[in-house]
Write a protein that binds this ligand. Sequence first.
Ligand SMILES: C[S@@+](CC[C@H](N)C(=O)[O-])C[C@H]1O[C@@H](n2cnc3c(N)ncnc32)[C@H](O)[C@@H]1O
Length: 297
Amino acid sequence: MAEVYHIPAMLPETIQGLNIQPNGVYADVTFGGGGHSRAIMECLKDGGRLFSFDQDKDALRNAIDDKRWTFVHSNFRYLRNWMDYYGIEQIDGLLADLGVSFHHFDCPERGFSFRFSAPLDMRMNQTAKHTAADIVNTYSEEQLANIFRLYGELKNGRNIARNICKVRAQKPIERTEDLVAASRIPAEMSKELARLFQALRIEVNDEMGALREMLVAARDLLKPGGRIAVLTYHSLEDRMVKNFLRSGNLEGTIEKDFYGNNLSPFEIIEKGRTACEEEVERNPRSRSAKLRIAEKR
Ligand SMILES: C[S@@+](CC[C@H](N)C(=O)[O-])C[C@H]1O[C@@H](n2cnc3c(N)ncnc32)[C@H](O)[C@@H]1O
């Protein structure tokens, strides 16, 4: 059977929420399988443009053959630099569908999933310096425990980190199955294992750092009336996006004027919508998606 690269979550809701201007300039900073990008392209006329980013060059196999479309093989944290490079001062809208594609989870040799035996890699950008194995074998027990607690929301992150450190003192942990065994998480606790792998993936790819930088760049690039749509998949990134869109800053501080009016640069359009039952049934991986949309004032 042909590989499904990705099934986009909440596609109609996202496209509708972006309120696409037919001759506008758009950025889809997480191209992946290109489902959202293709839907954006369908709304654009001759004067429209779409810049689609992906740090994984595998995504290029889904390239769109259209002169209005540009692929940017880069981390989205460099959004501002790339827009400057292309001479784009403002954009009409931006979409970020965070995290990884199905392709990442389902491609055994990339090491994103505990379901397959593979080297512990987990880099979205295959040329990045540090793999998951580097982190597992070099971070202190405390650093590992913090990652597991923060990014994996694993209550017993401290014990898991201790177990890993005991095993690696004998022999480096190089493969997915070595990590599963070292963690001592029972095989039937697949949710816990998924959280352990998620935590490492977030750290390997510095997902929170990249998100922070991209949000600030997006705020500054959006035209008044332009919209930002973000699909999040875990509570930490969702909280960051929610606070940023409410306040317009990374601290989440809502500035008010003398009369108590909110001075945030954004008006909230969509407050964390989730996929409908029918979509979750069709595409179970859409279960954890949350859609947030805001319009620049
Ligand atoms: C959930 S998928 C996007 C799927 C896409 N919306 C579709 O319709 O197929 C996320 C994609 O964004 C990419 N990605 C994640 N973080 C990134 C970052 N910081 N910079 C660039 N690309 C990133 C991943 O490589 C992955 O292909």
